[in-house]
Design a protein around this ligand. Structure first.
Ligand code: SF4
Length: 452
């Protein structure tokens, strides 16, 4: 691709932000396969043309336009957008117009580099003639990923609710697959069923999300669970259960984590991975927590003027969290009527778990407290092993590893750190096999203890 720099730093403020994608095509990068597709379907239901970018096909471009020091997910998504542009240019020729697209890349605050992805990608896009006109649509964790400005005001509330539902549904589809695939009667049948199920569910969101017909989507879910259950061999013994925590992109993106879950399953595991909703709920929880802290400090210091705003922020975030957790619970209950998929962690409970050991704190608001608490929770609830997956050099991932490894050595629950980048480590398969051997031993020893 020809490059020629023709945009300044002003572009970082002018060409990144909340843009209304009306009359444009919203390009959604794939982190979680189901999540991205259901999110795109929800957008389309609300009149936003949205498409999921093909992923991992442009890794050579991603590597060409990064130095290697960036986070691995930044490299993957960089490649995804550049690959799309390359393909689109080849397809449309002179008709290719960068103004017709908005590339969706949210961000977050804090010590993490995720807040820099869209800035870095903006700088790279701006080195290509004309691509400064391809806007980057961004929402931020500041304000709980508000969608204001992206769509007409009257639609914002419903779009927000339905987007959350789409993430919940993606979590459920993943959990169904991980519960069913290790026990499938015919090899490959669970994957085929999930592909069809995802299409059915995306179709349901596209048709029903805008008119809030949640019941119609739940009917589709019931049918999916019913078909999936039939694929299982009821005679198979329960396999060692492995919990996966870690950096959200890596644990969700199967190509980037070199199909970690399938690999664990190949060596005899039944896996449960931390969910998408866990992160979204964590954002609301932290917002509520920070507002409560601010309120306390302002009360102590007698700053009466800001109390009202603090209280409002705390109540808004608290209500949002209550809404989300109750919606989540009702969806899981619907599935439990047919199949026992793993329940999701409640954020307040995770904070409580962390506090009991006093090893880390929610005051450090990266994914590290979530992952460390998640590891402890898996160990306490009888899982036979835990994997922490993260991009090579990821700061919260390495913090988690530093704390979890000695802690898990004391519990005796097998634990594996799994850092990934684009290279294939020759010892990875052996490490997973050894870890799974330990997990099987642990499951057996628990079984024999129960018999004594
Ligand atoms: S969590 Fe890790 S990979 Fe993600 S932005 Fe932060 S440092 Fe990078």
């Amino acid at each position: 691709m020809d490059t020629k720099s023709d945009a300044g730093f002003q572009s970082l403020t002018d060409n990144i932000g909340t843009f209304n994608p009306r009359d444009k095509l919203l390009l959604i990068p794939e982190m979680n396969r189901a999540g991205a597709r259901l999110l795109a379907a929800t957008c389309r239901s609300h009149g936003i043309r949205a498409r999921v970018l093909q992923t991992y096909k442009g890794m050579d471009l991603g590597q060409e336009f990064t130095s290697g020091k960036e986070c691995y997910p930044c490299q993957v998504t960089m490649g995804d957008i550049l690959f799309f542009i390359q393909q689109e240019k080849e397809k449309l020729g002179r008709d290719f117009n960068p103004e017709n697209y908005v590339y969706f890349m949210p961000e977050s605050d804090g010590p993490c580099r995720f807040g820099m992805y869209n800035k870095y990608q903006r700088i790279v896009l701006d080195t290509f003639p004309g691509l400064q006109n391809l806007k980057i649509g961004s929402i931020t964790c500041r304000g709980g990923y508000s969608l204001a400005g992206m769509i007409e005001k009257k639609k914002v509330r419903n779009l927000r609710k339905m987007m959350y539902l789409s993430l919940l549904m993606a979590d459920i589809l993943d959990r169904l697959l991980w519960r069913i695939r290790p026990y499938e009667r015919k090899p490959g049948s669970a994957d085929r069923w999930m592909e069809t199920s995802l299409q059915d569910m995306a179709g349901a969101f596209e048709v029903h999300a805008a008119d809030k017909n949640v019941e119609a989507m739940l009917d589709v879910l019931d049918a999916i669970v019913c078909k999936g259950k039939d694929l299982m061999d009821p005679g198979m013994a329960r396999k060692p259960r492995i919990g996966v925590v870690g950096e959200i992109y890596l644990r969700m993106h199967t190509q980037a984590n070199q199909d970690l879950i399938r690999n664990l399953e190949k060596h005899g595991a039944e896996v449960v991975c931390a969910s998408l909703a866990e992160w979204v709920n964590f954002v609301s929880y932290i917002e509520k927590r920070s507002a409560a802290t601010k309120l306390r400090v302002n009360l102590k210091q007698g700053r009466i003027a800001s109390l009202r705003a603090d209280l409002k922020q705390m109540l808004d975030a608290g209500l949002e969290l209550i809404y989300r957790e109750s919606r989540q619970k009702s969806l899981y209950r619907r599935v439990w009527a047919q199949l026992d998929v793993a329940e999701d962690h409640k954020i307040a409970h995770l904070e409580h778990t962390l506090a009991t050991e006093d090893v880390f704190s929610f005051d450090i608001d990266t994914e590290a407290p979530l992952s460390i608490a998640g590891i402890m929770e898996y160990a306490r609830s009888g899982y036979d092993g835990v994997v922490n997956v993260y991009p090579f050099t990821c700061m919260p991932g390495m913090t988690t590893a530093a704390i979890a490894k000695p802690m898990m050595a004391q519990t005796g629950v097998p634990y594996l750190d799994a850092p990934y980048d684009a290279s294939v480590q020759p010892g990875r398969e052996a490490a997973i096999r050894t870890f799974m051997y330990q997990a099987q031993q642990r499951q057996r020893s628990k079984g024999s203890q129960a018999l004594q």
